[in-house]
Design a protein around this ligand. Structure first.
Ligand code: AP5
Length: 208
């Protein structure tokens, strides 16, 4: 199964992808996570990507297409994959089409004010990547990851200015993909503004 999760920043793509890929037995490919790791490791890709990401801009298409091309060639993608954060532009979607067939595209829909509230309260584990929200999905001990005990951090692009820019970029660059995939008959839409467990249940129904 080759799945794309679409949706604005804060829709819950990463949270849901981490939950369902174990059950589906396919890898979760988050371009945001790959880029953040590259930044941490100060690789050439990371150094290029950081200035775009911190401002809430998209990283150029050619870099992202090369990254995905290499990633989906790997052995763990033989039975499929779940893409979270790619494609984000029409040129990325067209390039993906040349690389691999896609079985399903699921858009997680949320309102703007919900996105802003979620991103402002997000906390991420800097070691294992687990995601929390200070109000809705809090860790058992404030500031500490339940899973691995590491400190939780606020992402550099979860500042108000960058959040608003990311939402604007989503509307301009990524939202056209909804029509693109609808025309191909691949699109399903799920209401992401509900409890995490309800969204997971609908996602699994939509996929199976
Ligand atoms: P990326 O990391 O992909 O960020 P994003 O798309 O902006 O998405 P987010 O991670 O912010 O949100 P999400 O939908 O995953 O929500 P989450 O589950 O975390 O990309 C970052 C940057 O990298 C981009 O801005 C760009 O610069 C670059 N980039 C990446 N891919 C690119 C590409 N293809 N092309 C060009 N540039 C690219 O949840 C958010 C919060 O809500 C969390 O706190 C969570 O705990 C909470 N939450 C989740 N679900 C619920 C729920 N149901 N109820 C209550 N709270 C919830």
């Amino acid at each position: 199964m080759r799945i794309i999760l679409l949706g604005p920043p804060g829709a819950g793509k990463g949270t849901q992808a981490k939950t369902i890929t174990g059950e589906l037995g396919i890898p979760h490919i988050s371009t945001g996570d790959i880029l953040r790791k590259a930044i941490e490791e100060k690789t050439p890709l990371g150094l290029k990507a950081k200035e775009y990401m911190d401002k809430g801009h998209l990283v150029p298409d050619d870099l992202m297409i090369d990254l995905i091309k290499e990633r989906i060639k790997k052995k763990d993608c033989e039975k499929g994959f779940l893409l979270d954060g790619f494609p984000r532009t029409i040129p990325q979607a067209q390039a993906l089409e040349e690389l691999s067939p896609i079985d399903k595209v699921i858009k997680i829909k949320i309102e703007n004010d919900v996105a802003i509230e979620r991103l402002s309260g997000r906390r991420t584990c800097k070691r294992c990547g687990a995601m929390y929200h200070v109000i809705y999905i809090p860790p058992r001990k404030e500031g500490i990851c339940d899973r691995c005990g590491e400190e939780l951090i606020i992402r550099d692009d979860d500042r108000e200015e960058a959040i608003l820019k990311r939402l604007e970029v989503y509307r301009k660059e990524t939202r056209p993909l909804i029509e693109y995939y609808r025309k191909k008959g691949l699109l399903a839409i799920i209401d992401g503004g509900r409890r995490k467990e309800e969204v997971t249940r609908d996602l699994l129904v939509s996929i199976k």
